[in-house]
Design a protein around this ligand. Structure first.
Ligand SMILES: C[S@@+](CC[C@H](N)C(=O)[O-])C[C@H]1O[C@@H](n2cnc3c(N)ncnc32)[C@H](O)[C@@H]1O
Length: 336
């Protein structure tokens, strides 16, 4: 059984190790590009998906099976070749469940767009009686195209680790946005299925310039923002934001404040940040949740992540830990 897996380019080796840790017989065929691996499993797709559910990977962002590979020439006729391949995959699709086509174009010089492939294949399958649902499909026809080959496979959406092609969750930039870091929090809340409380208090450690604080305010929370640096003037003038120009080390030991949500995007060593979250545990209400990033070094990233997560488990239940699409040299962790 063949599969494609993705990660950030810098975590590609760790992502491959995560695949091999769940299937010791898995072998890399080659990298289609940095962060996109094509590998052979020694087990069935269903057995591998079950392993992923038992032990979710941290650095691997997206996986999908490859049932068919076809040669491509980066010309308009490729669409006919892909259409023929999609027809061959019809027996793998469940007619009682909705589907969506997810296409990735790897490399440059494409005479057609992802959208063209998606609509062409979706229309052909719809004509055969399958029901398309691009928002919440149950099954995915994954299509990854390189200049010389197309890789196609069908799987349950829930087995692909991410709802987005290649794990590339993109958000539309808003004019009110304060920092690109906002995308990290949006992606974390969606990925870990966190529900914002309808009202209450949030603590934002390492808040400046204030993107995460802005998101918490949008959800109606009063925010205590801890950061020696300045917040965006808009937030500084907001009565729902209490900005304390302290370090977390100075603020946390002396406060009895309690919070429904704790956010932590502090730029500091992952283990130091995890230690501070242990201190902050008594400030998190029993029903509350926390999201934090763990900044990782270039070498031994996995080892540092593992030791920080071990620390966090001393006082929290781990909801999830993933290197999300918007993380660079860090992972995002959700805790309760
Ligand atoms: C990546 S930025 C946070 C971005 C923020 N989440 C946003 O959305 O705008 C990291 C912040 O951590 C702060 N920081 C670093 N060490 C800190 C500490 N010990 N206590 C509080 N804040 C700290 C830095 O001043 C910096 O503003």
């Amino acid at each position: 059984m063949m599969l494609l897996f993705t990660s950030s380019p810098s975590a590609a080796k760790i992502a491959l190790e995560e695949i091999c840790a769940r299937d010791s017989g898995a072998r890399l065929r080659r990298w289609l590009e940095p962060g996109v691996g094509w590998a052979e499993l020694s087990m069935s797709w269903d057995a591998f998906a079950a392993r992923l559910r038992q032990e979710p990977p941290i650095f691997c962002r997206h996986v999908c099976p490859v049932h068919i590979t076809v040669p491509l020439k980066q010309e308009a006729n490729d669409l006919e070749v892909l259409l023929e391949a999609a027809h061959q995959l019809v027996p793998s699709l469940n007619a009682t469940q909705t589907f969506s086509v997810q296409t990735r174009l790897i490399g440059e010089g494409w005479p057609y767009a992802r959208f063209d492939v998606n609509t062409r294949l979706a229309d052909a399958l719809t004509a055969q009686g399958f029901a398309v649902d691009v928002r919440q499909p149950t099954q995915i026809l994954s299509v990854a195209l390189t200049p010389t080959a197309g890789y196609l496979g069908v799987s349950r959406a829930a087995d692909n680790l991410s709802d987005w092609a290649g794990g590339e969750r993109r958000f539309k930039a808003e004019p009110e946005q304060i920092s690109r870091a906002e995308f990290k929090l949006l992606e974390a809340v969606e990925t870990f299925k966190l529900a914002w409380p309808s009202a209450g208090n949030a603590l934002d450690l390492g808040a400046a310039p204030g993107g995460w604080t802005r998101i918490a305010r949008l959800h109606g929370l009063q925010v205590t923002a801890i950061d020696p640096a300045d917040l965006a003037p808009r937030l500084a003038a907001d009565p729902g934001v209490r900005h304390l120009r302290h370090t977390a080390q100075r603020y946390l030991p002396g406060t009895d404040d309690t919070f429904d949500v704790i956010l932590n995007d502090m730029r500091m060593d992952a283990r130091d940040s995890a230690h501070l979250m242990l201190t902050a545990r008594r400030n998190l209400k029993a029903t509350g949740w926390a999201v934090m990033t763990l900044k990782l070094p270039h070498s031994h990233a996995e080892r540092v992540a593992t030791s920080a997560l071990t620390l966090l488990r001393e006082r929290y239940t781990l909801i999830g830990a993933r290197q999300l699409f918007h993380n660079r040299n860090e992972i995002t962790v959700a805790l309760k």
